[in-house]
Write a protein that binds this ligand. Structure first.
Ligand SMILES: Cc1cc2nc3c(=O)[nH]c(=O)nc-3n(C[C@H](O)[C@H](O)[C@H](O)COP(=O)(O)O)c2cc1C
Length: 193
């Protein structure tokens, strides 16, 4: 696999699939090797609110998989990856990961990433949140996953939906240690830096 970063990206059936689409576009521009898993519900939400079609989204990744493709390399801990990002992450997928349910390729791959001690970033989109959902977030965070809610900030003065997408994708890249200029960082009131 060389020195190129290899990443698993999953898009599940939460609102906000355009965050996942934007993230794939950014990774493609960076030349990273991406393995995309779309859940069936993720495909449905892409057809409802996505700015690209499912086949256009699949073309953004180096490799694509269906959620039931459990025989693929990603289903094994022997598949070496740097990180996995689920963006957006539905409450259903969050729950399955929290309980290590491993009922499809997304939750199996997430289980492998966690057991191999690699970085797992989940971008949930739901509001309001039940106690069960909050507890599931605590559970996965205790297991090493990072919860990055799809909650864009407003200090960079966003003007467009693209600005909101860029902010969330930039925050994910920050966690993965990948340089970017997707959003304007807060430099302090007097801009001393
Ligand atoms: C239009 C629409 C929007 C939805 N938005 C959300 C959402 O924002 N968050 C969420 O957790 N589930 C949402 N759901 C429900 C999930 O799609 C559903 O629970 C699904 O089973 C999740 O499957 P998955 O985790 O395998 O992708 C939405 C469903 C529809 C049809």
């Amino acid at each position: 696999m060389g020195t190129r970063k290899r990443m698993i990206v999953a898009i599940t059936g939460a609102s906000g699939v355009n965050y996942g689409i934007k993230f794939l576009e950014v990774l493609k521009n960076l030349g990273l090797e991406t393995h995309l898993i779309l859940s069936n519900a993720g495909k449905k939400i892409i057809s409802i609110e996505g700015r690209l079609s499912v086949s256009e989204v699949e073309k953004l990744a180096s490799y694509t998989y269906h959620e039931d493709d459990i025989g693929s390399a990603l289903a094994s801990g022997s598949f070496i990856v740097d990180s996995m990002v689920v963006v957006p992450c539905s409450m259903g997928t969050l729950s399955a990961i929290a309980h290590d349910f491993e009922n499809n390729l997304i939750t199996r791959a997430a289980g492998c990433v966690l057991k191999q001690g690699k970085k797992l970033v989940l971008v949930p989109r739901e509001t309001p949140l039940s106690i069960i959902q909050l507890e599931n977030m605590v559970k996965v965070a205790k297991s090493g996953a990072i919860i990055l809610p799809a909650m864009p900030a407003f200090y960079p003065q966003p003007k467009t939906i693209k600005d909101l997408e860029d902010f969330i994708c930039g925050k994910i890249l920050d966690l993965l240690g990948i340089d970017h200029q997707l959003y304007k960082r807060w430099e302090g009131e007097n801009k001393k830096i």
